[in-house]
Design a protein around this ligand. Structure first.
Ligand SMILES: [Zn+2]
Ligand SMILES: [Zn+2]
Length: 138
C-alpha cells in the first residue's frame, strides 16, 4: 500500500519519524495520528465537522478494508479465475458442437440410405409390373 499517505502532511505509514496508526475518516480521507490529534473531529482536508474515524489496521472491517487491497493482485487473480471458467465453458461448447456434428452425420447417412431404398423400391415395383405384364401375355 505504497500510496497510503496522510492527506495533510503526506507522511506514509512506517516512514521514519511517523508514529502511531493511520485513520480513515468518514469523509474518505486519510490522516496520520499526529494530524488527526491536532484537528480532532474536523477533517483537515475537507473541513467537514463531527467526522468519525476508523483505524487503518487489521481491525478495519471488510467493507472498508477492501479499499486497501492490492488491486493489481486482485485483478490478476480474477483473470486467472476467469481463464479457468472460460476454458471449462470452451470444452463444454466444443463437446456440444462435436455431438451436434455427429448427430448431423447420422441424419445425413439415414437420408442417403432412405434415398437408396426408395430407388430400389421403384426398381422392384417396375420389375414386378413387367413380370405381371409378361404373365398376362402367356
Ligand atoms: Zn499527517
Ligand atoms: Zn474529509
Amino acid at each position: 500500500m505504497s500510496w497510503v499517505h496522510c492527506n495533510k502532511c503526506f507522511a506514509e505509514p512506517n516512514e521514519n519519524g511517523v508514529k502511531g496508526t493511520f485513520f480513515l475518516t468518514s469523509c474518505s480521507h486519510i490522516s496520520c495520528q499526529k494530524c488527526y490529534e491536532s484537528s480532532r473531529n474536523v477533517c483537515h482536508t475537507c473541513k467537514k465537522q463531527n467526522i468519525k474515524v476508523l483505524r487503518i489496521d487489521s481491525s478495519l472491517n471488510k467493507q472498508y478494508r477492501q479499499y486497501f487491497v492490492d488491486i493489481s493482485r486482485v485483478i490478476a487473480s480474477k483473470m486467472e479465475e476467469m481463464g479457468k471458467i472460460r476454458k471449462f465453458q470452451d470444452i463444454q461448447i466444443q463437446n456440444l458442437v462435436k455431438g451436434t456434428l455427429k448427430f448431423q452425420d447420422v441424419v445425413k447417412k439415414s437420408q442417403e440410405m432412405l434415398k437408396k431404398y426408395e430407388i430400389e423400391h421403384k426398381k422392384l415395383k417396375k420389375e414386378n409390373q413387367e413380370l405381371l405384364v409378361a404373365l398376362k401375355k402367356r
